[in-house]
Design a binder for this molecule. Structure first.
Ligand code: M6R
Length: 587
């Protein structure tokens, strides 16, 4: 939800650096963008509706300044217009601000500051006006502190003040990372934005502020005191965050599942055993996540039941409040997230912590808020995932949940061996012929407006997940169903030629799933079977390896590819679907 970027250092082409950084954050928001700096003692601002990837750095070549701020927006308050784009600035044009998050009391603050002074419909403009008001009576730093004290809600902000050669940033609930280069600093919503300059970072925690000039000073907003921070070296390469030879990040990330699963299961044995013990001894184990991560949790629920004979309670994080009253100190909340910044998940964690329950997180973004606020955190090591559609993170998270389930029944080594075999079979499966075949299947169904996916047992969550993938990138109305539920209603939707995808595994429920598929076929459905074995009911058969209980990990991959190719064949950009953003930091 919005990407912010600030630069201060020795280089004079700060605007070009900021634009390039924002282009790497485009996955966080892509409806409009803007930059600000100081030129000849005046505030310089450029804001535009459209994608930051369309901005040309050359246009800013002659605008020299050693600091600048910028923003790529995913609209919350106020429509997509040039004026509502960030940076927002004070009426006297001395203060400019970029903001990610939501200022909940902005209406109240607008009244206080005089509604006539506002030119945008955003909540963010109040931050600039408020700082400017305080700035008339105090230093830039104190004015930011005073303004922050009045803000309610979640935010990450970066602020500049004309005439002051430093930037100030602060956070509460939205991510902000400081990249520490050689005599230069980067303030960004995510690490890939500045990876080409530095791999050394400081994470800003909630209720902290940072003042950046030639040095960097962190301040705790509650105590007003300086805070010492550990410099962390990030083991990511800049190229890992680029598209490389692929047309889209989504395809690149699907292909990376050839080895990302292996990295996920390569965890410290003692740590996994410790976590398995914590789960076993917990009284009330809850799984929660959003979207795809939520479907991963559901798959985990099946793994825990089938492998570890352990009942867990899953709820999407946005629905988790219904479970709050069950939480107690002996409870354990397991949260799953790619970005580690999802607001609904953070709220579930807050609820758990308020009841002294423990939190285990399974995340991809190292050092993210969710990772740092958990009692235990496992990093899936999938590398940067930039496409809005989550793919490699999901399979890695499922692999790790399955590994933990095996550890709970003292079969960790065997679990690791099985999952390594799954990874190697996925490596074989993802060959060019396989991709060409799936593209041809996508070609057959791309013009249908409805598509249904069925699965049973551990493949039921994958039917739901396949539907999310197809919906979000191709805008086809896709829905996933438990195969056995069809006859209770959904089968009425099927008419001649409706594409229906059946996720079948070589498991105890195989015959049931095939029977349900036959029922669909009898109503005229065009059946795409994803299965290790061919069956006469399939009109198109996508062969996947036979991996037993791990079937969700392999069955989901062809559906990711189908979603990708349907989108591309419909002329859409799968990396930047409409209305969505990669990291959902608002509730
Ligand atoms: O970063 P998270 O894993 O917490 O994100 C959760 C969802 O927002 C995310 O999975 C979303 O549903 C994806 N767009 C699905 O592909």
């Amino acid at each position: 939800m919005c990407g912010i970027f600030g630069y201060i250092g020795k280089k004079e082409n700060s605007l070009e650096i900021v634009i390039k950084g924002l282009q790497k954050l485009e996955y966080r928001g892509y409806d409009s963008w803007g930059v600000a700096t100081e030129i000849d003692g005046q505030l310089f601002i450029e804001k535009k509706v459209g994608k930051i990837s369309e901005a040309k750095t050359d246009d800013f070549h002659d605008k020299k300044c050693q600091f600048a701020i910028g923003h790529t927006r995913w609209a919350t308050h106020g429509g997509v217009t040039d004026i509502n784009a960030h940076p927002h600035f004070s009426s006297d044009k001395t203060i400019a601000v970029v903001h990610n998050g939501i200022i909940e009391n902005y209406e109240e603050l607008r009244d206080e500051l005089g509604r006539d002074n506002f030119i945008s419909q955003t909540d963010s403009e109040v931050v600039a006006q408020l700082i400017a008001k305080f700035r008339k009576e105090m230093s830039f730093k104190d004015a930011v502190l005073a303004a922050i004290n009045k803000l309610k809600g979640r935010y990450a902000i970066v602020v500049m003040n004309v005439g002051e050669n430093y930037l100030i940033a602060a956070r509460r609930g939205s991510p902000l990372i400081v990249g520490v280069g050689d005599g230069e600093y980067f303030l960004a919503s995510d690490i890939p934005a500045f990876l080409e300059y530095t791999q050394n970072v400081n994470y800003l925690d909630d209720d902290e502020m940072v003042i950046v000039d030639g040095n960097v000073e962190f301040i705790n907003l509650t105590t007003g005191r300086s805070v010492e921070k550990r410099l962390i070296n990030i083991d990511w390469k800049a190229e890992g965050a680029e598209k490389g030879e692929y047309d889209h990040y989504m395809l690149k990330e699907i292909m990376e599942q050839k080895d990302s699963i292996l990295r996920a299961i390569n965890q410290d044995t003692d740590e996994i055993m410790h976590i398995a013990q914590q789960i076993k001894k917990s009284r009330g184990c809850f799984f929660s996540g959003c979207g795809t991560a939520g479907k991963v949790c559901m798959a985990g629920e099946y793994f825990f039941s089938l492998i570890a004979n352990r009942h867990v309670n899953f709820a999407p994080a946005s629905e988790f409040p219904v479970y709050h009253h069950f939480l107690r100190p002996e409870s354990l909340l397991v949260v799953v997230s790619q970005s580690g910044e999802t607001a609904d998940v953070l709220e579930a964690m807050d609820a758990a912590k308020s009841k002294n329950a423990k939190v285990l997180s399974i995340v991809n973004a190292e050092g993210s808020t969710i990772a740092r606020q958990s009692d235990f955190s496992l990093h899936i090591k999938a590398g940067p995932e930039k496409a809005v559609a989550s793919t490699k993170a999901a399979t890695s998270q499922m692999a790790l949940l399955m590994l933990i389930a095996t550890a709970m029944v003292d079969e960790l080594q065997e679990g690791r061996r099985q999952l390594a075999e799954v990874a190697s079979k996925i490596n074989d499966m993802l060959n060019p012929r396989f991709l060409t075949y799936i593209k041809a299947v996508a070609e057959k169904i791309k013009d249908h407006e409805n598509c249904y996916i069925i699965g049973k047992a551990e493949n039921y969550p994958m039917a739901l997940e396949a539907a999310i993938k197809i919906q979000e990138v191709s805008y086809v109305h896709a829905e996933g169903f438990a195969a056995g539920e069809l006859k209770h209603g959904p089968i009425a939707l099927v008419t001649d030629g409706t594409p229906c995808i059946a996720l079948v595994a070589n498991d105890e429920v195989k015959n049931d799933t095939i029977n349900n598929t036959i029922e669909l076929k009898a109503r005229g459905a065009h059946i795409i079977g994803i299965s290790p074995e061919k069956h006469e009911v399939f009109d198109d058969w996508i062969k996947v390896p036979d991996v037993g209980i791990a079937s969700p990990l392999v069955n989901i991959i062809p559906t990711q590819l189908l979603a990708y190719y349907i989108a591309v064949l419909r002329g859409l950009d799968p990396d930047m679907p409409r209305n969505l953003a990669k990291s959902v930091t608002v509730k």
